[in-house]
Design a protein around this ligand. Structure first.
Ligand code: NAP
Ligand code: MN
Length: 265
């Protein structure tokens, strides 16, 4: 098994990474940064997001494992004080894995160029220098004219991140669906949006056709993109999925409770 350790730069993560690398070497694992079978991230959910983008071209052969140096996260099943247990689990590995949907983003620009992105959490389209105006289509059919700050399209595992801040529902990651949430929509006698999150079916796609299209900001997970004039952006569930090595199971709703509600009274 070829393994690599991907960590952020906080001292606790560096310490944990050094310890893990030492244990992996003692356990005769092959360390391979370029073509690993397993990527172990140490840091937070954001670190796993970074590793996902680093290895986005090898998703079909890589399984991820997230170690958190703070509290437990959503992509991080292990804590930094459990590194010995993790190495034991790796030695007994029999290929256990779980996979989750990703978001496929295709942007078509007025100059006939295009761009393609994969998101693990979400992609947003926003306008900062005034109201964003966009037509919204679902499965090619006109749905609404949106006016406001922006729109967010999230994966199920991204539903506990930005999407939740927009009032989105927390989605179980076993669902194959996307969620669209509004960022400060304008609603009055003149302008009207649905004003609630929507969750689309597996075979559906969402298209945005912005007007006044030259100063939009696009985000894909932690990345901020300043695109050229946009003709259309299309969001659908990607054919690729992210795979995690799963050596033990924590119920999704326990994790949600732990992250957002905390200790019972
Ligand atoms: P960050 O600013 O450090 O992340 C913001 C927070 O989101 C961190 O606490 C991070 O956890 C957490 N997070 C990331 N993915 C999550 C998930 N799937 N479920 C629950 N929490 C999650 O930046 P970052 O770490 O690079 O993460 C980028 C993400 O930040 C974006 O994908 C977006 O979802 C989120 N974001 C949220 C808002 C908002 O809520 N208003 C605005 C911008 C971006 P860790 O501390 O464990 O890394
Ligand atoms: Mn972070």
């Amino acid at each position: 098994m070829r393994v690599t350790v991907f960590h952020n730069s906080i001292p606790a993560s560096i310490t944990a990474a050094q310890k893990l690398i030492k244990l992996l070497k003692n356990g005769h694992f092959e360390l391979d940064e370029r073509h690993p079978d397993v990527v172990i991230t140490i840091g937070g959910d954001g670190t796993l997001l970074s590793a996902f983008h680093r290895y986005a071209d090898q998703l079909d052969t890589i399984r991820f494992i997230g170690v958190h140096t703070g509290h437990l996260g959503f992509y991080t099943d292990w804590r930094d004080f459990e590194i010995e247990d993790l190495v034991i689990a790796l030695k007994e590995d029999s290929g256990q894995s779980v996979s989750y949907p990703l978001l496929d983003v295709r942007a078509m620009y007025a100059d006939a160029t295009s761009a393609h992105y994969l998101a693990l959490n979400e992609s947003t389209l926003k306008r900062l220098n005034g109201t964003m105006r966009t037509e919204v289509y679902i499965k090619g059919d006109f749905f609404e004219s949106f006016r406001g700050d922006g729109l967010c399209v999230s994966t199920p595992t991204g539903s506990t991140a930005y999407s939740k801040s927009n009032g989105g529902a927390v989605m179980h990651p076993r669902l194959d669906a996307l969620q669209v949430t509004e960022i400060a929509s304008i609603n009055n006698r003149v302008f009207r949006t649905l004003s609630s999150p929507i969750i689309t079916a597996p075979d559906e796609w969402v298209t945005l056709e912005p007007t006044g299209r030259d100063d939009y900001v696009m985000t894909v997970d932690q990345f901020v993109i300043n695109p050229p004039t946009i003709k259309q952006i299309r969001y659908k569930i990607a054919k690729e999925r992210i795979h995690f090595a799963r050596y033990r199971h924590m119920h999704f709703w326990d994790r949600v409770e732990d992250a957002f509600i905390g200790a019972k009274h």
